[in-house]
Structures are given as structure tokens and as C-alpha cells.
Design a protein around this ligand. Structure first.
Ligand code: FES
Length: 376
């Protein structure tokens, strides 16, 4: 039959994005850079280009174009600064951008993995976000040099049938993209097409004007269903999953907003005939949280962390430039020291020794009591 064995666990946060280390060495390096950089936040300047040995290397921006009709999504193309080949990558991989301000942001690669002369990413402008997308839109131009790290892959395309040589047509691949969530999916489509897989896709978004790469997708014809909220309303599970084809197993690859992924997880959990692979592009909702107070020892200020907000979000109200990256508890960029209070750890990264030593990842972890005091 096919290579599909067990469905993927429905919660996938790798401790190391290469799968080789408990803590990802590249992200630890990025964290160090971010923390060293943060005290001089506000001085907008370029990060120095670092050698490839450190995992950080310079790329030159060689292309910039609007890829959505509403002009809120741009695609940037990078080439190696020395004109050589770029490190290889596979569908689902992302690149860490070390932005001039010191922010670190992750963007899926959406070009051709077979082309080692260029990387392409796409960025939606989010005016009320953390500032990274606005910085990319407003500050990055063709000809600039940026420091990047990676590529790394936390959302690999595991093709049914490849490992054991069975017929690719024995399984069906269903891609589900919500808005800018199309970016990791794009190279998956061309790969599945090239290998002769039976696949289909639903592409959702607020409106046709808001969803990027429409022109590029026309070559796939009716394999792709475009469904926008303004024309069709919000999609349900059946719309997203599509028609099931008898006993054939189906592997779902989804990248989109949190409500879409939560909807799929809630309805598909426990199904043995479906694999669900997904990647979020925004932090997961806070579940089972209680309100507490966070005291910031160095500044002598305090703020309240609401039951449904993250500790990181509360800290960013006080210090908008506090470092963070993945917002999902696996990169370590938001790590701080607890001086007092009892943390409730919700990450997948810190060791027992690190927790005992007072470390906390503020993007996901909380407080088991009524207050925490942080070394901030
Ligand atoms: S931002 Fe990545 S672990 Fe918190």
C-alpha cells in the first residue's frame, strides 16, 4: 500500500530544527546575538556579516516584487553575496532573517529548492504586529546586504510511498493554505507535481486581492480551489479536507492562521486514515492560563499578564523591543531569568537544569502562583 504508517502526532514542535540536537545550536547563536543587540535597541544599523562557519551568512537582496493585488505582500529574492551557491534546502524549510534593528524573524522559503543560486521569501505587512514585517517592507531594498541563518526545516514534506517504493498514486496529498501560509506550500506543490503524486489544494483568504501568488498558481489548473471569505464565507472542515476517496490514505499539509489549524486538529484528532502536518505562522492561543503579576527587577516596574495573553505579550507592552522569534517555545530567543515566584514551564526546549537555574521562555511559559519577578 503506501508509506503512511501512523498519523503524525497532532502537536509537533521539534526541540531542534535539524533534529540532531536537543537545543538548536543555530538558534542559540541567534539568541545570543539578539540579547547582545537588545541593549542598543533603537540604534538602527546593520548587523555585521558573520562567517558561514557560525551559521550566519550574508546575502544580497537581488529582487523585490509585489505578489498580492492589495500590495501588502512582497517577495524578496536573495543571492549569495560572493555570487556562489547557497546552502541547499527542501520544501517546507525556512530562513532566519537577522534584521538591521536586531529583530530575528523566520520566513518560509517559497522559491525553487533545485535552484541554489537564489532564495525567495514572501512577507505580509502586519501593521499591528511585532514590527518585523513592517521593517522588511519599509527598510529592505534591492542591493542591501542582510545576515541570514539556515535554512532549517520544521515542516518537511514526507511523501507517502517514497521510502518503500510503492506507487505514489496510492495516496492523496491535500494541501491547505491560508493567506500567506501559501509560502511553505508552494515548493511542496511543484515537488508533488514533479513526482507524479495525486494532489489537490484549497487556498483560502479574506479576498482574492489579499492572497499572494495567484498568477503563479494558475499553471496547476483545477487541482487548486480558491475560496475567499468575502465570496464564500469561512471554510468548514469538509471544505478544507475535501472529498475523501474511499480507502485511500490522505496526508494533509496545512499552513495558515491559528483558528484554521485548531479547527482541523479538533475534528481530525484520532483519525487513523488521515495524517495532519501543519505549521503555524502565529503564536498558539493561551489555554488554561490564569492572571498573574510580573515584576521587572531592573526597572522596578510591574504589569499584569491577563489569563489569555502570553507573558511575552505583556512584556512587550512595557519593552516593545524585547527579543523573541518563534513564539512557540522552541527557539529560545525569549529566554529570561526568574528571580522570584514559581514558573509554569510550557516549552519544549529547556532542560531540567536550566529550569532549576531560573530560566524561563516567556513566549509560552507562565506563572504557577500570583507573581513572577524577572531579571529585566
Ligand atoms: S520566542 Fe522562540 S522560544 Fe520564545
Amino acid at each position: 500500500m503506501t508509506a503512511i504508517s501512523e498519523p503524525e502526532p497532532l502537536n509537533r514542535t521539534p526541540p531542534s530544527l535539524t533534529g540532531r540536537f536537543r537545543r538548536d545550536p543555530l538558534l542559540l547563536l541567534a539568541t545570543g546575538i539578539a540579547k547582545a543587540w537588545w541593549p542598543v535597541w533603537g540604534t538602527v544599523t546593520r548587523l555585521p556579516a558573520t562567517s558561514a562557519d557560525s551559521g550566519v551568512f550574508p546575502v544580497r537582496v537581488v529582487g523585490r516584487e509585489q505578489v498580492a493585488l492589495d500590495e501588502n505582500v512582497i517577495a524578496l529574492t536573495f543571492a549569495a553575496e560572493d555570487g556562489g551557491l547557497l546552502p541547499r534546502w527542501y520544501a517546507g524549510a525556512h530562513l532566519d532573517l537577522l534584521l538591521p534593528s536586531g529583530r530575528i524573524r523566520q520566513y518560509s522559503l517559497c522559491g525553487d529548492p533545485a535552484d541554489q543560486s537564489a532564495y525567495r521569501i514572501a512577507v505580509r505587512r502586519i501593521p499591528d504586529g511585532g514590527g518585523g514585517s513592517v521593517e522588511v517592507h519599509d527598510e529592505i531594498s534591492v542591493g542591501d546586504t542582510l545576515s541570514v541563518m539556515g535554512p532549517r526545516n520544521a515542516f518537511p514534506l514526507a511523501l507517502p510511498g517514497v521510502a518503500d517504493g510503492t506507487d505514489p498514486a496510492a495516496a492523496h496529498l491535500r494541501f491547505i493554505a491560508g493567506g500567506i501560509g501559501i509560502t511553505p506550500i508552494l515548493p511542496m506543490l511543484s515537488h508533488a507535481q514533479r513526482l507524479g503524486y495525486d494532489w489537490s489544494m484549497i487556498y483560502t483568504g479574506r479576498s482574492r486581492e489579499s492572497i499572494p501568488f495567484l498568477d503563479e498558481l494558475t499553471r496547476y489548473g483545477d487541482r487548486i480551489t480558491i475560496r475567499t471569505d468575502d465570496e464564500h464565507g469561512l471554510p468548514g472542515v469538509d471544505d478544507l479536507v475535501g472529498p475523501l476517496d474511499g480507502d485511500r490514505p490522505i496526508a494533509l499539509y496545512c499552513c495558515g492562521p491559528v483558528p484554521m489549524i485548531d479547527l482541523l486538529r479538533a475534528h481530525l484528532d484520532g483519525r487513523r486514515d488521515l495524517e495532519l502536518h501543519y505549521e503555524r505562522f502565529s503564536p498558539p492561543p493561551v489555554v488554561g492560563g490564569s492572571e498573574f503579576t510580573v515584576n521587572l527587577a531592573r526597572s522596578g516596574t510591574s504589569t499584569t499578564v491577563a489569563a489569555d495573553e502570553s507573558l511575552l505579550a505583556a512584556l512587550r507592552r512595557v519593552y516593545p523591543g524585547v527579543p523573541y522569534s518563534c513564539q512557540q517555545g522552541f527557539c529560545g530567543t525569549c529566554r529570561l531569568q526568574v528571580l522570584d515566584g514559581e514558573p509554569e514551564h510550557r516549552d519544549s526546549l529547556l532542560s531540567d537544569a536550566e529550569r532549576a537555574g531560573g530560566d524561563i521562555l516567556t513566549c509560552v511559559s507562565r506563572c504557577a502562583g500570583d507573581h513572577l519577578t524577572l531579571d529585566l
